[in-house]
Ligand binder design. Structure first.
Ligand code: CP
Length: 309
């Protein structure tokens, strides 16, 4: 019996396969249905210390669609944090104004610290290069919708595998099913060694590559990511790797990809994925972003104890 009431969502590692499937099923159950009373009287606080379009707005939209209210800041510079208030103190104060907190922070571990500090649920909306668990739920939801199953897929990861928190979370989750993984990146942007060790210990078959073309024919799904300029301490290092990969309709059509091959991307994109791909049957990334609504509705409803399957 799965019960996620009052559960913090900090890392995908904190979820069993049963809990993951429960949320995916609840999202499917809620998609397209209206629940204007479900979270009436509840308040969500969204606290974003890094920029966001999809995560913040889809959480806020989901809360409103469930009848709840939202308080928010996306400009920490306009809060009393600039006067020297600590994150712990700010979180304790906001606990008194809300029923649940969604927090994005540039420091790995900040959402865990917040969850350990207060008693209302905390949801990690991305902490540095570490984890982005709610993105993983919607990535899994999109793959399930596109492929009909999560079992035994061949999944490629392309781009910034070193700093990409969405990659780190998704690879861990897909190991449950289990999937074969192909990690494609510039040599300086490989998956962190500790994460590869973890996959190996869990029995995942994986390989590392420089070239997407050499493994494209083997993939059911490609998870493409942006090379994140903002994560590089040295701009010279970014200049060395920027533009390394550029997917386009012409490139994909020239390769022997599987007929039902699908491309996901957490977005935003910069130059790694050409707009010519958007109208191809391979592209599911806009659908993926849209799935933020049913998935985050399910997460809010489950954690606030308002709905069960
Ligand atoms: N995918 C994602 O996290 O997008 P945002 O940074 O716009 O929230």
């Amino acid at each position: 019996m799965v019960n996620l009431k009052n559960k913090d969502i900090i890392s995908i590692r904190d979820f069993t396969i049963e809990e993951i499937l429960y949320i995916l099923n609840m999202a499917a159950d809620m998609e397209g249905h209206s629940y204007p009373e479900l979270l009436k009287g509840k308040v969500l606080a969204t606290l974003f210390f890094e920029p966001s379009t999809r995560t913040r707005m889809s959480f806020e939209s989901a809360m409103k669609l469930l009848g709840g209210e939202v308080i928010s800041f996306a400009e920490p510079g306009a809060t009393s944090l600039v006067k020297g208030e600590s994150l712990k103190d700010a979180i304790k104060i906001i606990e008194g104004y809300s029923d649940i907190i969604v927090l994005r922070h540039f420091l790995e571990g900040a959402p865990r610290l917040a969850a350990d500090t207060i008693s209302i649920p905390v949801i990690n909306a991305g902490d540095g290069t570490n984890q982005h668990p709610t993105q993983t739920f919607l990535d899994l939801y999109t793959i399930l919708r596109a492929k009909g199953s999560l079992e035994g897929l061949s999944v490629g990861f392309l781009g910034d595998l070193k700093y990409g928190r969405t990659v780190h979370s998704l690879a861990y989750a897909l190991a449950h099913f289990p999937c074969q993984m192909f990690f494609v990146s510039h040599p300086s942007l490989r998956m962190p060694v500790d994460q590869l060790e973890e996959l190996k210990e869990r029995g995942v078959k994986y390989s590392e590559h420089d070239s997407f073309e050499e493994i494209s024919h083997r993939l059911d799904v490609l998870y493409c990511t942006r090379i994140q300029q903002e994560r590089f301490a040295d701009p010279v290092e970014y200049e060395k790797v920027k533009g390394t990969y550029r997917l386009s309709k012409g490139l994909i059509e020239g390769l022997k990809v599987k007929p039902d091959f699908k491309i996901l991307h957490p977005l935003p994109r910069v130059d790694e994925m050409d707009e010519s791909l958007d109208e191809t049957p391979y592209a599911v990334y806009f659908q993926q972003a849209k799935s933020g609504i049913p998935v985050r509705k399910a997460l809010l409803a489950a954690v606030l104890g308002a709905k069960e399957l």
